[in-house]
Write a protein that binds this ligand. Structure first.
Ligand code: IVH
Length: 668
């Protein structure tokens, strides 16, 4: 027993140290395999010795999929913001003002990056991370400790000694470009909305209720502010260098600056060099180094006088317009798109930029072959912000908005009071139909795997699916012959279609592509109406009484259901078994008794369906979903990242572990 204890402690310390070598110093001493072996040994020892559990153990980085909301926690020192400046002159003026306020003493300045993520406050007691809180309203924020524990560059236990018994350290949680691109690619493939920038992605990820998913996304953190009563040094820079020794990630860009010239050089350097950094930055921060001087300068109501932010200008490039094309969306809305001579902007090549609508296009006054300014200002979708009219060639004509649908040739209509032109040919215009099918099968709608844009177009062209309701009449042999399909992939699609009959009614409402009815509105509308019959019978006024539904949405809903083609689609979906009402609590329609009498535990993160869907499937097939593993458990439906203690317990009791795929086969 005592031996186990020693071994556990030794493994924990070693793993903390190797973690630091790998994630902070980029200097691993052991191979990934050796690291994994030590981690596995620790996991096994911990689950055999539950009394030695420790939330700061390196094994806790994988997170958990138990959802719970966040508690609010009050900040010990309020979390303020920074005053912004936008030019070198403004920064120089701040330096001069500071020196004057200090009665002519020349303040030493620390230059650092302004990381574009989400602020975090970390509390350490006796070298252990005890709490992590978001900025919130500056006075209090959300306690996100569980999620922060999964971030590998944040030490759970500090290195060395010499740290105060109790201190706070602040920094920025960021999602590096690479992880951001990967996340958005996954979301795109799943038909989910993209994050506009790494800042939103980092903030959104930190607030996820499933810390296993947080762990998977690859957040990182840079620390830049140490607070407490017993700090090792009387200046910011030395304190941060010391914090680095304790295991925190402190940016290599943090530098001592001794004069205004130094400050100017620092700005000029990073204005360009920041493009090479692995994370998003939106500026620089300058801070007075001496803590005594900081104290003398003090704070305004909103920000410290001893620090200032310099914001980078949005990156802008000038490039030639090749032509303007017109995209047709699934709602028939026509979007003008500027197709450009490829140009490098913030590290990516830009070839297309949205012009949004006719009004915006006209305000810009775009002519053929114009030289256009493209900006990226922190968002991933570039926008056209201006025209270099002086570079315009003689006799170039203004670009006109199209009068007919570029896909089907139907004359466009403009809805009263709206900026958008719309193609009214809902049932015959290819991109609209394909777009609606694609939307319908998306992960957050009916979640039917294996049908992307190309397949949707192919199914339409082959005459197999002209309408979302046709999906439910597809047979595997019809798919098998198609390009890109084999027996297996055809079956997967058919299985996915069958399983989509269990998707709850609110998602069905979203999946229908009713104009302006997004995910949140669909939920509210479905809940208020209770069933499709009631929804179809609701009048304008009744619809408007639903939260989030204004006159415009109420009108599009009544128009949608007034259309005979849509009513027929709904009738066919209903006949196919798609959910057309909100479930009555706890009453589950039975599909089969394949799982009758079986006690099933769900664990881990799943790829094909959500946990709730699996729960519904288990019940619909006569089984019972139970929370914890016992002798009576028949099997465990396991996704990725199943908790180590659950795994151990299952193995001990000899309970079979079934994968998603095996389970879907079982209930086929
Ligand atoms: S110092 C009291 N340093 O920018 C001053 N903040 O606009 C505390 N930020 O809320 C902040 N990089 O989330 C500081 N090197 C840096 C920073 C930084 C990014 C964020 C931080 C802050 C916001 C203010």
């Amino acid at each position: 027993m005592e031996q186990n204890k020693e071994r556990i402690e030794w493994l924990r310390n070693e793993l903390h140290r190797h973690n630091h070598n790998y994630y902070i110093l980029n200097r691993p001493e052991i191979s990934d395999r050796e690291f994994d072996m030590m981690m596995k040994e620790l996991e096994a020892l911990e689950s055999a010795n539950p009394d030695m559990a420790d939330p700061n153990s390196p094994t806790q980085r994988v997170g958990s999929d138990i959802s719970k909301g966040f508690e609010q926690a009050k900040h010990i020192y309020p979390m303020l913001s920074l005053a912004n400046t936008y030019s070198i002159d403004d920064v120089d003026a701040w330096v001069n003002r500071t020196d004057e306020s200090l009665y002519g003493q020349k303040a030493e300045i620390v230059g650092e990056m302004k990381f574009d993520g989400t602020g975090i406050s970390l509390i350490y007691e006796h070298g252990l991370l005890v709490r992590a809180v978001t900025r919130g309203d500056g006075e209090k924020g959300d306690d996100v400790t569980e999620n922060v524990r999964t971030i590998r560059s944040i030490p759970l236990k500090l290195q060395g000694d010499g740290y105060p018994d109790f201190f706070e350290i602040r920094g920025e949680i960021v999602l590096p470009w690479k992880a951001f691109d990967r996340l958005n690619a996954e979301r795109e493939a799943a038909g989910e909305p993209l994050f506009a920038n790494p800042r939103n992605a980092a903030a959104g990820t930190l607030k996820l209720l499933n810390s296993a998913e947080v762990a998977r996304r690859g957040l990182d953190a840079y620390l830049y502010y140490l607070l407490g009563d017993n700090l090792p040094f009387d200046n910011h820079y030395d304190n941060m260098m010391e914090a680095k020794k304790w295991g925190f990630k402190v940016s290599e860009a943090m530098t001592l600056l001794h004069s205004i010239d130094d400050v100017d050089r620092y700005i000029n350097h990073w204005d360009k060099a920041r493009r090479e950094l692995p994370v998003a930055t939106d500026g620089l921060v300058f801070k007075v180094n001496s803590l005594r001087q900081q104290l003398n300068l003090g704070f305004t109501a909103k920000s410290p006088r001893w620090a200032v932010a310099y914001k980078f200008a949005a990156e802008r490039a000038l490039t030639r317009l090749r032509f303007v094309s017109f995209d047709v969306g699934r709602m028939g809305i026509i979007t003008p798109v500027a197709n450009l001579e490829p140009v490098l902007l913030s590290g990516t090549v830009v070839k297309r930029a949205s012009l949004h609508n006719e009004d915006i296009m006209r305000t810009l006054g775009i002519h053929e072959h114009d030289m256009l300014y493209v900006e990226k200002g922190g968002e991933i979708i570039p926008k056209i912000t201006g025209v270099d009219t002086e570079a315009r060639e003689a006799d170039c004509k203004a670009v006109e908005f199209v009068s007919h649908c570029p896909a089907c040739g139907t004359p466009l209509v403009r809805v009263e009071g709206e900026a958008a032109w719309v193609c009214p040919n809902k049932t015959g215009c290819l991109p609209q139909i394909v777009g609606r099918i694609e939307h319908f099968v998306g992960r957050r709608m009916m979640n039917i795997d294996g049908i992307g844009e190309e397949t949707a177009a192919l199914l339409f062209e082959k005459g197999l699916v002209k309408n979302i309701a046709d999906l439910y009449e597809l047979r595997p042999e019809q798919l098998e012959g198609l390009e890109g399909f084999g027996k297996k992939s055809a079956e997967r699609v058919i299985d996915g279609i069958a399983a989509s009959r269990l998707v709850p009614f609110d998602r069905v409402v979203f999946a229908l592509s009713i104009p302006y009815v997004g995910e949140t509105t669909a939920k509210k509308v479905a809940k208020a109406a209770g069933s499709i019959d009631h929804l179809m019978a609701m009048g304008q006024a009744e619809l408007e009484s639903i939260e989030d539904v204004g006159p415009r949405i109420a009108r599009t809903i009544t128009e949608y259901f007034a259309d005979e083609a849509n009513r027929e689609t709904v009738a066919r979906l209903r006949a196919a078994g798609v959910q057309m009402e909100m479930p009555e609590e706890s009453v589950v329609e039975t599909i089969s008794d394949t799982l009758a009498g079986k006690s099933i535990v769900i664990s881990g993160v799943f790829e094909h369906h959500s946990r709730d869907q699996y729960k519904a499937m288990i019940e619909a097939h006569g089984g019972k979903n139970v929370g914890s593993i016992s002798k009576k458990t028949d099997f465990i439906l396991a996704g990725d990242n199943m908790g180590p203690s659950k795994l151990e317990k299952a193995q001990k009791l000899g309970i079979p572990i079934i994968s998603e795929e095996e389970f879907l086969k079982m209930i086929e």
